[in-house]
Design a protein around this ligand. Structure first.
Ligand code: PSV
Ligand code: MN
Length: 387
């Protein structure tokens, strides 16, 4: 029998799914279309709801605007509710418009900056219609060449633009600000790291927090340190979970380095930030280029659950005692014991208690849903990275 506190914590966990994970995706070399892929945001939400039905811990879907633009967001929210889920963070898009070639919120041209700010104000309107609380900003702005623009002036313009967006928030809404140290600007990006994101968030105020995308770090970065530090000051707003083998691969979370995911989740448990009201939004940011999409999301959710279960199993008293005694190897062994535990039986017990199939992945394969959408979704344009 698993400890009841561990089962209770796991049953309360919630993971937000990205709408774009259900559309066609690929690399700059090739997008491989798949049968049954959604043609519109309604179908994306229906697919996300399948993941929630089988795992019980994925009750929200993030939207990307304008990819998920619809005439009536109230209708999309109602559709989500009918399917048993709700709409989560709204992601703005600052990377698919000609005007943004030299930057969006940082652009030298005040008209372009105004346009980028206005896009966010429209996203906030969408949030009012959907009940979403988080406006996620990932800024693709940056420089390809030294001297291309003034690094410091761009920070000033960014701070001013962000302030204008922030002023448009309702009191119960937040900006969650993502960083990325490379791509699409290969010399310098304008929000390259957690420090820069944090400085802007601190200048904005309480309704601005940092998003940590696990794929947006240099190889070898100690991501759990960043997690611990941001939690310490109450500024970790959200995760974008994924795996990177080389660049920003957006592959299944826990695929490249499950041990890193465990270490991250241990810092979450250590800070008591698994609680639903902790203010940390646990989101996936992934694309399934060659694997089927719904099973890819199910696998991702299960990987996070496994890492979380192991983190919850760490014997914190034994760890503290070993740390206190300066027992270096003993302390490390406490962590490794938890990491090396096979938590699959525990998770099967959890799911049984929640009235869920003990293997959501196998249950999806047996459900016939993949065959159904492949047969039904014929005609129309499949969703991809532009719709
Ligand atoms: C950028 O690489 C990013 O990680 C941002 O989170 C976006 O929201 C997401 O990809 C999809 O554009
Ligand atoms: Mn991301």
């Amino acid at each position: 029998m698993a400890p009841p506190s561990v089962l209770a914590a796991l049953s309360e966990q919630s993971i937000e799914l990205p709408s774009w994970a259900f559309g066609n995706s690929g690399t700059r070399f090739k997008v491989f279309p798949q049968p049954g892929v959604p043609r519109n945001p309604f179908e994306k939400v229906s697919d996300a709801a399948q993941v929630h039905r089988l795992t019980g811990v994925a009750p929200r879907v993030s939207l990307h605007i304008p990819w998920d633009m619809v005439d009536d967001f109230g209708k999309l929210a109602a559709h989500a509710a009918d399917e048993g889920v709700s709409l989560g963070a709204v992601n703005s898009n600052l990377f698919q418009d000609e005007d943004y070639k030299l930057g969006s919120l940082t652009n030298r041209d005040p008209d372009v900056r105004r346009k980028a700010v206005a896009h966010h104000l429209r996203c906030i309107d969408v949030m009012r219609a959907t009940g979403s609380k988080d406006l996620k900003i990932w800024l693709p702005d940056g420089l390809n060449y030294p001297g291309q623009d003034d690094i410091r002036d761009r920070q000033e313009r960014l701070a001013e633009s962000l302030q204008q967006v922030y002023a448009g928030l309702d009191p119960d809404q937040r900006i969650i600000l993502e960083y990325k140290f490379f791509e699409p600007a290969f010399y310098a990006t304008d929000i390259p790291d957690w420090g820069t994101s944090l400085l802007h968030c601190l200048a904005l105020g309480d309704q601005a927090t940092v998003v940590l995308d696990t794929g947006h770090h240099a190889p070898g970065t100690n991501i759990e340190f960043i997690v611990a530090q941001l939690l310490r000051i109450g500024k970790l707003g959200a995760f974008d979970f994924n795996s990177r083998f080389y660049a920003d691969d957006d592959l299944i979370v826990g695929a490249a380095d499950p041990f890193q995911l465990f270490r991250i989740m241990f810092e979450i448990v250590r800070a008591d930030a698994l609680r639903p009201d902790s203010g940390v939004n646990f989101m996936l940011d992934q694309c399934h280029n060659i694997e089927p999409k719904i099973p890819g999301q199910i696998r991702s959710v299960m990987n996070i659950q496994e890492a979380t279960a192991k983190a919850l199993l760490v014997d914190r008293d034994a760890l503290s005692a070993a740390q206190q005694a300066g027992d270096v190897l003993g302390a490390n062994a406490v962590l490794m014991d938890a990491y090396n535990t096979d938590v699959r039986p525990l998770l099967a017990e959890l799911r049984a208690g929640m009235g869920l199939p003990d293997d959501p992945y196998a249950a999806y394969a047996a459900s016939g849903y993949a065959e159904k959408i492949a047969a039904e979704r014929v005609g129309g344009a499949q969703a991809g990275w532009d719709a």
